[in-house]
Design a protein around this ligand. Sequence first.
Ligand code: NAD
Length: 424
Amino acid sequence: MTTVEAPASHLRENPFELAKQQLRKVADAFEIDANLVEVLSECKKAVTVSIPTRMDDGAVQVFQGYRVTHNIARGPSKGGIRYHPDVTLDEVKALAMWMTWKSALMGIPFGGAKGGVVCNPKALSRDELERMTRRFTSEIINEIGPEKDIPAPDVGTDASVMAWIFDTYSMNKGHSVLGVVTGKPIEIGGSLGREEATARGAQFCVRAAMRKRDIRPNGATVAIQGFGNVGSFLAQFMVDDGARVIALSDSSGGVYNRDGIDVAAAFAHKGETGVLAGLRGAEAISNEDLLLLECDVLAPCALEQVIHEGNAPEVKARIVCEGANGPTTPAADEILEDAGVLVLPDILANAGGVVVSYFEWVQGLQEYFWKESEVNAKLNDIVTRAFNETWAEHECRGLSMRLSAYGIAVERVAEATTTRGLYP
Ligand code: NAD
């Protein structure tokens, strides 16, 4: 039997400490009661499980898994499950806290949660992945549920993983429980538009930000780090809006062409080879250099802390759209703010996923499914309203977009907590 150890992490700083630091800054700016800040600084529940899994060669590997609920003052907790070798409990806690703020900013009736398993999903066969996912689901079966805590996909997980979670939970309950997880395949209760939703929400935010900065979408230059669920659809949507995508990347490295990358060819190349590297009509660029390109929009859509104190002074983008969660450290944030870069914070820019997850949950509970145009129109309403509320706060108080968005969110959660009262 072997136990999987996490390798050296991509995280430069402890993300949960950074998330708490952000909360304290917001609390100061918005004069949130100190007792409430104490409550909101901690996660309601953090569960650690071991996941013994039979490998294809007959050996047993034990993976480490986490499910964390940050807050449920506004509704059941909601948040993705990440499969990645660098997952740590503190990373999951930070991501859970950000989910609380994101749901509140969007005005949807959810709290925040997150989960993760320390593993490299690319190194597992499909059967191994399924066995591990089903055992993980069994280990956290008392933590999740449609009225309790609802997982979704995140880095390294997709609709198939959600289908296994849904099936394992349903088998144990004796009937199909559609609302236990979102991001499911369409044929078993997924929502139309969910797969593209995070990128679609980012597109709506970028459009609104471009209008504020007098940037015409047609011909605007865009660089995107990460070519997974969020980054790949965002690249497509930017092209649909007439923009020129000059750089793309995945964990194997990046590709660059100042005249514009053929995004459809990038999809095909990635599909055939599994990596972006080697795409014809583009030169190689590192993930680090991609972030420093001169462009109208830079969208980090991979992992946390990629824009930090060391490289922030060299970022030349006019707008940073945080497709990823936590891609900018607080120190980098201040540098970008001073340089006049318009940062669209994660809880605004990538909230499209949780919004359509909310729609999927509602559709599942009602067993009544909507048209894709209806999903996208409702998503646009919610994200654009949140953008406008954040912009108004930013203008009126002279705060950054991040502080404004977090302020609105934390105030909403604080108000719900106060209204409910402290039990007992
Ligand atoms: P994904 O697994 O589909 O894609 C991740 C991408 O990042 C892949 O292209 C991968 O190659 C790349 N990547 C991994 N490590 C990298 C590295 N060190 N350098 C550069 N690229 C690297 O994941 P996703 O669902 O697209 O999530 C990406 C980000 O968006 C995460 O921060 C996630 O939390 C956030 N997010 C996702 C959703 C969603 O609905 N999927 C919603 C909100 C936020």
